[in-house]
Design a protein. Structure first.
Length: 622
């Protein structure tokens, strides 16, 4: 009993570890935008109204139910949406372990293979509709395996019921329909040809075919009708072109780590093949043909596109556990450790300790901003810049980073976007080529912006790297673009002609800026660059009043400058010391620095400002 408790605890700990892995929530925000649209309009959209580049183009939004669920939960509080992810992920791994235990007869092997799969899947478990595909894939698999083990035909009702829900939650329903037909066909072939393992009696084939047929019919229970069945194959047909642009559609790195390509994928695939070969050599009549076809098909999908890696990992857990059990039955000396209670308990304790050692510090760090913000990496999104665009009602044809589109639409719904996460559903591949040319700053980026008459660009600044850094540098150097906002995280540039309203409002200090430290410091620097020294002083006073924690940093920086100024006697340095010292309230220090700046012959307009400041401070002047 104690060992079973340890195994359950180990399984739950690994499932929670996977569930609490933060993943950038670009698709999360997009889903909530679509969900809000459906709730507000009371219908599923049929044409694009969210982008200005393809407004009016037909849009088949089949994931509407998942989007509404996400949006309604978020309205209750972000934590509720985060909890949904946790519940779904834990349920997925519990189901995988349950199926594996039933297939292998070994709870130890079931838990061990599921925990390994949790490490493989955890970098790819975003709050997105794909979670429902993972869940329903295992629900369908569990029902089919239960029926093959002798459960009554009523259990097969889960197949059409699952597909009827699934088809309105995620395009992955087509995998579920295919799985139903695969098992119906596979079991028929096994029964007629005597193939392994344990073919179904022919009398039990008919209910399986009926359930598979009803599942196929259930896939039509959605607003798109027959289009729901044809669209996934359109995606497959276009996959080669999309691999150049969308990371998750690219083939994985087999023995390395990359975006959406976990390090464990290659080893997991090799272990699956090695264990299958060993089981075939030892007990060929016990290898289930249908299970092998399912895992081989899903492995091929994963080798084609990274997005299918977690699906492959999950459906192959029972397959691996069963094959390991077959090997163990033939080579008991090599696996006798699983029959020793103390050894199994020790391994479970070690596994629990290992995951706790990794998970607890990571959870404290990642979830410090809050459960939802931590799981969706809220720091990645341009909160200040989007608020800036929201509070300034000037017209804008925006260009922006791809993964920021959903966030932008949610918090500035009055702004249409250049592109968003609908990929195949709205945007043609040629347009994506143009978009990514701009996003990574490739030659011709400016011609694309001209073509679509973009007048405002929202891009990364403080954390920009790779292609984003190139685009930032290109915009900064270009005489056609003016930086009108920067909070040291993200920046907004306006075109000097097409965005003239923005540029003129910026130069006249009519734009409104959010109370974000970086944005307020940018406004301070803007006053100084414009020669508005009095406006800069007032802005610095505002910064110190709104963000008092920065006062110590200012004092430390000014003190360093004062030491250099005393050594060099440079007029400009003395002014840079005096200016903030006055705002910091150090009257004596400011008077000394302004006086030294004048004595060193500082030029206008700084000389005039220094004399005015000395008068304001009540200091005698020569």
């Amino acid at each position: 009993m104690a060992v079973r408790v340890l195994l359950v605890a180990c399984l739950l700990a690994h499932a929670l570890y996977a569930a609490l892995e933060p993943v950038t929530g670009g698709d999360t925000w997009w889903s909530m935008v679509a969900g809000r649209w459906i709730v507000e309009h009371g219908s599923v959209p049929t044409v694009d109204t969210l982008s200005y580049t393809f407004a009016g183009k037909p849009w088949f939004n089949q994931e509407w139910l998942a989007q509404v669920i996400f949006y309604e939960l978020y309205l209750l509080g972000g934590a509720y949406l985060a909890l949904l992810k946790i519940v779904l992920v834990v349920a997925v791994f519990l189901l995988a372990a349950w199926i594996a235990a039933r297939r292998s007869g070994s709870p130890v092997l079931a838990v061990a293979t599921t925990c390994a799969a949790a490490f493989l899947c955890r970098p790819m478990l975003d709050i997105r509709a794909q979670l429902f595909t993972f869940l329903f894939s295992l629900v369908v698999l569990a029902a089919i395996h239960a029926y093959r083990r002798g459960a009554p035909p009523a259990v097969l009702a889960l197949l059409p019921v699952s597909v009827a829900l699934w088809v309105n939650l995620h395009y992955g329903f087509i995998f579920g329909v295919g799985m139903c037909l695969l098992y119906a066909g596979g079991e028929t072939l096994k029964s007629l040809s005597g193939l392994p393992d344990a073919p179904l009696p022919r009398a039990r084939l008919a209910p399986l075919w009926v359930a598979a047929g009803l599942a196929l019919l259930a896939s039509l229970a959605n607003p798109q009708g027959l289009h729901s069945l044809t669209f996934p194959f359109t995606i497959v047909r276009e996959q080669d072109a999309w691999r150049e642009e969308i990371i998750e559609w690219m083939p994985p790195v087999l023995f390395g780590s990359d975006s959406f390509s976990p390090l464990l994928f290659g080893p997991w695939l090799v272990v699956q093949i090695a264990v299958l070969v060993a089981a075939l050599l030892l007990m060929p009549r016990k290898i289930d043909v249908t299970d092998t076809l399912l895992v081989a098909t899903t492995a091929a999908m994963a080798l084609t596109s990274r997005r299918f890696i977690p699906l492959f990992a999950l459906v192959s857990v029972p397959f691996l556990a069963r094959n390991l059990a077959l090997i163990g039955a033939e080579l008991p000396a090599l696996v006798s450790v699983r029959r020793r209670t103390a050894s199994v308990a020790l391994l479970a304790v070690l596994a629990l300790g290992h995951v706790a050692w990794r998970a607890v510090p990571a959870a404290r760090r990642d979830l410090a901003p809050g459960l939802f913000d931590g799981l969706t990496r809220s720091f990645f999104f341009p909160k200040g810049a989007v608020e800036f665009l929201h509070v300034n009602p000037l017209p804008a044809r925006l260009f922006h980073i791809y993964t920021w589109a959903g966030y932008l639409l949610y918090f500035a719904p009055e702004r249409q976007v250049f592109i968003d996460g609908r990929a195949h559903a709205v945007y043609p591949i040629d347009f994506w080529h143009e978009f990514f040319r701009v996003e990574i700053g490739d030659p011709g980026w400016d011609a694309v912006l001209d073509k679509y008459e973009v007048n405002v660009v929202l891009c990364a600044s403080g954390f920009a790297g790779g292609g984003h850094k190139i685009l930032l540098d290109q915009l900064t150097r270009s005489a056609d673009w003016v930086r009108v906002y920067d909070d040291r995280h993200s920046a907004v540039f306006a075109h000097t002609e097409r965005g003239r309203d923005w540029v003129e409002a910026f130069r006249a200090f009519r734009l409104r800026y959010p109370d974000v430290l970086g944005a307020q410091l940018f406004l301070y620097d803007s006053h100084l660059r414009a020669g508005d020294l009095e406006g800069g002083r007032q802005q610095l006073a505002h910064v110190l009043a709104e963000f008092p924690a920065t006062r110590a940093d200012w004092q430390q920086a000014v003190e360093k400058q004062r030491q250099v100024a005393r050594v060099t006697g440079t007029a400009g340095l003395w002014f840079q010391v005096a200016y903030p010292l006055e705002v910091l309230g150090d009257r004596a220090g400011a008077v000394e620095a302004y006086t030294q700046a004048l004595a060193a012959g500082i030029a206008e307009p700084f000389a005039g400002y220094s004399r005015t400041a000395l008068t304001r401070l009540g200091a005698p002047q020569e």
